[in-house]
Design a protein around this ligand. Structure first.
Ligand code: ATP
Ligand code: MG
Length: 307
């Protein structure tokens, strides 16, 4: 029996209904509100996909890309994608693996990073998963916790609760919790410490396993753009001035997409060097460039990067 939301969202391209226009749209499910909402909408925007008349609805579409966007609770997204109500979805890996639906993870998206962690009272001892033996664990992720316990051959009692997991030890409901953590400040405020990691998570693009050819082609078009945006986000464009006698050393520090561009400056004996730097080794390389005599270093964001 379909839920109300499923009936509302049931696409016109299921057998026996709909126009050819609808068939050619990629239906994507994103979180309606919450931690993934802004980054998901920003990703669509950065891939050049404009959303029609605002996003405060259950469903909208794009003006300039054959895409329909459904705004849903993140917990429901894997099911909708499995059922082909949506072709693809953006959701945390934690939800994908907890729900264990028949969907395929297509791409990690680099935002919504967090970890599903074990935490115990600040003064409790925890050296390994075995210390959870016969303890009570409160969590909203019973499936992943059971998998973790099985992997370590530990028997413990899982208490599934739907929210505010971090208060469970304080009120005597549990001895440990397994919950999502990013900075750890919520745990700290509740007198808990993070002691083990069940899963590292980030937002991913998932797809239905039986996409039709048209949908698959649209997905590939979308993915091509997503990858260009991801690459651009991980890189910076750098421009600097270098004395010619230091050029060789400076160029050796810069990878560039092929090799750095070198142009003569109006001032004799100097050149302008342009290149692309990865966000990861950015500060390290900047320091070395300065030490090698580079001056007037400019660093600018890249909007899209196709290699
Ligand atoms: P919904 O109403 O859609 O069910 P929610 O309350 O379940 O939302 P949010 O708190 O908005 O979920 O988190 C959505 C996702 O954001 C999480 O499933 C996780 O993948 C990711 N996330 C990143 N950092 C954190 C964090 N510190 N705490 C919780 N979730 C995080
Ligand atoms: Mg949720």
């Amino acid at each position: 029996m379909p839920t109300v939301a499923q009936r509302c969202l049931r696409p016109a391209n299921l057998p026996g209904s709909g126009s050819p226009d609808d068939i050619m749209k990629l239906k994507i499910a994103v979180q309606k509100s919450g931690r993934l909402y802004e980054d998901s909408v920003k990703l669509l925007k950065d891939t050049g996909i404009d959303l029609k008349n605002g996003v405060n609805k259950l469903k909208t579409e794009s003006d300039n890309f054959p895409m329909e966007i459904y705004f849903l609770r993140d917990d429901d997204i894997p099911q909708y994608v499995e059922d082909a109500v949506a072709d693809v979805g953006i959701v945390g890996e934690n939800v994908v693996y907890e729900k264990n639906k028949k969907v395929e993870v297509v791409e990690q998206l680099g935002f919504g990073k967090c970890r599903l962690s074990v935490a115990v009272g600040r003064n409790e001892k925890y050296n390994h998963a075995g210390d959870l033996s016969n303890r009570r664990i409160a969590t909203t992720y019973p499936f992943l916790v059971q998998q973790f316990l099985d992997k370590h051959q530990v028997k413990a009692e899982i208490h599934e609760i739907s929210g505010s997991v971090e208060i469970a030890p304080g009120i005597g409901l549990a001895d440990a919790i397994v919950d999502l953590v990013s900075s750890g400040s919520t745990l700290f405020m509740n007198g808990l410490k993070e002691v083990d990691t069940v899963l590292q998570s980030q937002a991913v693009l998932i797809k239905n396993k039986n996409l039709g050819d048209a949908q698959q082609q649209l997905l590939e078009k979308f993915l091509f753009r997503v990858r260009a945006v991801k690459k651009a986000r991980n890189n910076k464009y750098i421009l600097l001035n270098a004395p010619n006698d230091q050029l060789e050393q400076i160029i050796r520090l810069l990878p560039g997409m092929k090799s750095p561009t070198v142009l003569p400056l109006a001032e004799p004996g100097w050149s302008s060097v342009h290149s692309v730097l990865s966000e990861n080794d950015f500060w390290d390389i900047i320091e070395k460039l300065k030490a090698a005599g580079a001056q007037g270093i400019l660093v600018v964001p890249i909007e899209k990067m196709v290699v």
